[in-house]
Design a protein around this ligand. Structure first.
Ligand SMILES: Cc1ncc(COP(=O)(O)O)c(C=O)c1O
Length: 390
């Protein structure tokens, strides 16, 4: 007898759409000799001293569960890192938890707060995992389109969204931004925080790219409104450690206590050797991102101006490793179809802007977390494409 168990699956799960970024990358990956500017992870190696700390931990048989919130030494190192770098203070005993990347921190937090029908504000374009998580818990997504403002949310646009959705429970911010690379100055951040301070919304702030800023120091929103902020950070981008799965959530103790319950049920604790490596990275590798930042700046500058010359208008990004470029007016403005065509015609992989929500259509995301040779080759090919469509 064949059983139909599918009809027992929760509607919210069935209706949740996953980002098409991975599916899209896979689809175009079969194209021979494709130059990929699609990747969302550093092309650098994890720093040697961090790897050595993990090897030593494994050889010392550090192979057991840790306390669920993470080894106290790792939590303390993470809290010190946040204090030194961004002037935000968290008690490692009660206000900070080590997670399997920001992805898990995000899941734990949405699971803790978001119920059927709860409204969540998200400035778009945005990292699509946020949308899927809101969906899977039955939340209602309210997108704040930042395209008209050069992809930075203005206090006025934020206020208008709050006025239109006075019962919104949460806002999810991400800066420097995936996919636009834009971020806020201290002054701009304070003005956003002033608007949020007048509400009782939970402010979720994904600051995973905080170490990758170019020309200005990162300002955390938690500096201004710590009482309502759940801050995310981690080592994936700053220390080229995407596969090690180290993230952090930090916030007021009474909120962290509840989110930590979900964390414990999801994962018990993060891999022990990874946590030892994280302690090393947070304490003795505070500036490990610097040599990578120097490379990213060179690539960003080149890509920014080469794209402009080809007619792909774009803002010079202040952080992360993406450029979000406007498709020239004479070419197909449907970003999905455009990216497929470019991949097939000239072998360049880019991510369609529509993957990042309402604010992304008409644009493409190019990652410069790849070698200068690859970037230059991609630009030569794009030029061929543009000339063929004149
Ligand atoms: C904005 C943003 N947040 C979170 C993540 C995932 O981070 P983690 O590797 O810590 O799970 C990414 C990865 O691309 C990202 O771009």
């Amino acid at each position: 007898m064949t059983k139909n168990l599918e009809n027992k699956i929760k509607k919210d799960v069935i209706e949740t759409k996953l980002s098409n970024i991975y599916a899209f990358s896979e689809k175009i990956s079969v194209i021979p000799d494709l130059v990929k500017l699609t990747l969302g992870e550093p092309d650098f190696a994890t720093p040697k001293h961090v790897k050595e700390a993990a090897i030593e931990a494994i050889n010392d048989d550090e192979s057991h569960y840790t306390t669920t919130r993470g080894r106290m030494e790792t939590r303390k190192a993470a809290a010190d890192f946040l204090k030194n770098k961004y002037d935000v203070e968290y008690d490692p005993a009660t206000e900070l938890v080590i997670t399997n990347g920001v992805t898990e921190a995000m899941y734990d937090t949405i699971a803790t707060f978001i119920d059927d029908g709860d409204e969540v504000l998200i400035p778009t374009p945005a990292f699509p995992v946020y949308y899927s998580l809101v969906d899977i818990f039955g939340g209602k997504l309210v997108q704040i389109n930042t395209q008209p403002d050069g992809f930075l949310m203005t206090p006025a646009r934020l206020q208008a969204a709050i006025d239109a959705h006075p019962n919104a429970k949460m806002i999810i911010l991400n800066f420097p931004s995936n996919p636009t690379g834009r971020t806020y100055s201290a002054d701009q951040m304070e003005k956003i925080a002033d608007v949020l301070a007048k509400t009782d919304m939970v402010v979720v702030s994904d600051e995973i790219y905080s170490e990758l800023t170019y020309g200005q120091k990162h300002t955390s929103i938690a500096r201004f409104i710590p009482d309502q902020t759940i801050l995310f950070n981690g080592l994936s981008k700053s220390h080229a450690m995407t596969g090690w799965r180290i993230g952090i959530f930090a916030g007021p103790a009474n909120l962290v206590e509840q989110i930590a319950k979900v964390h414990e049920l999801v994962t018990t604790s993060v891999m022990t050797a990874s946590q030892v490596a994280a302690e090393e990275a947070f304490s003795n590798g505070q500036d490990d991102a610097q040599p990578m930042v120097e490379q990213y700046i060179k690539r960003r500058d080149y890509l920014h101006s080469a794209l402009e010359k080809l007619g792909f208008a774009n803002q010079l990004p202040e952080g992360a490793f993406y450029i979000f470029a406007k498709i020239p007016a004479n070419l197909n403005q449907n970003s999905y179809d455009f990216c497929i065509d470019v991949a097939q015609q000239v072998g360049v992989g880019m991510i369609p802007g529509s993957s990042f929500g309402d604010g992304g259509e008409g644009y493409v995301r190019l990652s410069y977390a790849t070698s200068m040779d690859n970037i230059q080759e991609a630009l030569r090919r794009l030029q061929k494409y543009v000339e063929a469509h004149k």
